[in-house]
Design a protein around this ligand. Structure first.
Ligand code: PA5
Length: 476
């Protein structure tokens, strides 16, 4: 189907390329989207054009700063310069943040640094520091990490746009005290870099203590901030080519300049996912990379999609309680865990596979037992050959059961393609917000829980909340 591949990149750009053939009527044995609906006068194409126009208007009004981050050279230069200054002394960077202030750094690290980076020695790391991401204030994790660090050679990058997030603040306070106890005020100061918004408690502290700091732009929200200093500083510190990440992202911004659905890969992705939900009840959107290195990217996507699209009210203020449920899966392990449900369970899912044409390295599968047909047939192949055949076979199996799915391919997992994937999903989230009729940039639903927790913790100004103790009658 000629139109089934949205906006094919030139061979040199390396993708991502979205193949949505397995969403279409005629390709799926039953159901699916009639291809003519995607053509310029088709209903989905027109629906997308409205979403595109709304997104462009908000972008022009300065509300969607993430589009401009690939071109924000000054910000990238500042992040890179701060990272370069660590080279002589730093063995570990610890990002202290949560949600959008943590998941992007982990996604970049896991996708783009050699597998097992933090376990490698300094030579294998080419002198770049280890990169830890501390999000959960789970005492087991925090204590174990801090106990295992060479504190004198560690930089804590505390990341919080608001500067007021309790989990981040608590983890930071624990780290700060350890630094202060070990090295005094000046020594602690030198081992902290704050990435934060223009105002807020962390910005104030950074000014008072003259901490090194990097900005989070006003018009860039947490889950859209990975291409700002929030993600760029830790990535650059660990030696990731952040310019290539930004180049890949810029290429996707260019490819998403068209209001024509089949020429805009983020538009096709968002529109087809939204249509599957709104028209066919497929409200679970699964992202399933076939690469361990992209597992953290799927976790990042899960937060982006959930927090951007799950809303009580639409933009007109009406109560709608809408939004798809994103689900991260991993090929091949989830073929043995979740695929049974995807194949035979309720028809409430769309699976988006994520594959690469070429692996970073491959391992031949030998044939030491030629007389054992159950083993011998694998010999002569490679591990990547098996993994990739499984990805294709799983997509085909779903198709044969009329289970809609799409595939996003990159040539290889590198800085450029990962930058492209990040921007593709971010733009898709913006379009999907418009398609669902909600504001993808806010997250009012997390405020109540935060306020109650602040009250329980006794934050000044926070109401001590009436949180009922568990009722013994309802226990068993
Ligand atoms: O996407 C978001 O806006 C959130 O997930 C935030 O990133 C998260 O709550 C952390 O906020 P902050 O950076 O203000 O500490």
């Amino acid at each position: 189907m000629a139109d089934a591949v949205a906006a094919l990149p030139s061979a040199a750009s390396g993708g991502p390329v979205l193949d949505y053939g397995n969403m279409l009527a005629g390709v799926l044995p039953r159901g699916g989207v009639a291809p003519e609906r995607l053509q310029p006068e088709g209903r989905l194409a027109r629906r997308f054009r409205r979403a595109f126009d709304e997104t462009e208007a908000r972008r022009a009004a300065g509300e969607m700063g993430f589009f401009a981050l690939p071109a924000a050279r000054e910000l990238a230069d500042r992040a890179r310069a701060a990272a370069d200054s660590l080279r002589p002394w730093c063995e570990a960077v610890v990002v202290v943040g949560i949600g959008g202030s943590a998941l992007g750094a982990a996604a970049l690290r896991d996708a783009l640094l050699p597998t097992g980076w933090n376990g490698l020695d300094a030579t294998a790391r080419r002198g770049f520091p280890r990169l830890h991401v501390l999000d959960n204030p789970d005492p087991d994790t925090v204590a174990a990490l801090l106990d295992g660090l060479k504190l004198d050679r560690t930089l804590f990058n505390v990341v919080s746009k608001s500067g007021a997030t309790a989990e981040t603040a608590a983890n930071f306070l624990v780290a700060w005290q350890r630094l202060h106890d070990a090295f005094g005020l000046e020594g602690a100061r030198r081992r902290v870099l704050a990435t934060t918004g223009r105002t807020g408690p962390l910005r104030e502290l950074a000014s008072e203590l003259s901490l090194r700091s990097l900005p989070v732009p006003d018009d860039v929200g947490g889950r859209f901030s990975v291409l700002s200093p929030v993600g760029l500083f830790p990535a650059a510190a660990a030696g990731i080519d952040v310019d290539a990440v930004l180049e890949g992202a810029a290429a996707i911004v260019d490819r998403c300049a068209s209001p024509e659905l089949t020429r805009n890969p983020a538009g096709a992705l968002a529109t087809l996912l939204h249509a599957a939900d709104a028209e066919a009840g497929a409200r679970i959107h699964v992202l399933m990379p076939y690469a361990d290195r992209l597992k953290s990217l799927a976790a990042w996507f899960q937060q982006l999609w959930a927090e951007s699209l799950g809303k009580a009210a639409n933009r007109a203020g009406e109560r709608v309680e809408t939004g798809p449920t994103p689900l991260a899966a991993l090929g091949a392990p989830d073929q043995h865990a979740q695929l049974q449900l995807f194949m035979e369970g309720p028809r409430d899912k769309v699976v988006v596979f994520l594959g690469r044409a070429v692996p970073e390295r491959d391992v031949p599968v030998p044939r030491p037992f030629p007389a054992k047909p159950a083993l011998a047939y694998l010999g002569g192949s490679t591990l990547f050959g098996l993994l990739d055949d499984e990805r294709r076979a799983t997509a085909e199996a779903l198709r044969r059961e009329s289970r809609p799915n799409m595939t996003i391919m990159v040539d290889r997992i590198d800085a450029r393609s990962v930058g492209g994937l990040i921007m593709l999903f971010q733009i898709a989230a913006a379009y999907a917000g418009a398609l669902y009729g909600v504001d993808p940039l806010n997250q009012p639903g997390v405020e109540l829980g935060k306020a109650l927790a602040a009250g329980l913790m006794g934050r000044p100004g926070a109401e001590p909340p009436d949180v009922p103790a568990p009722d013994p009658r309802w226990r068993t």
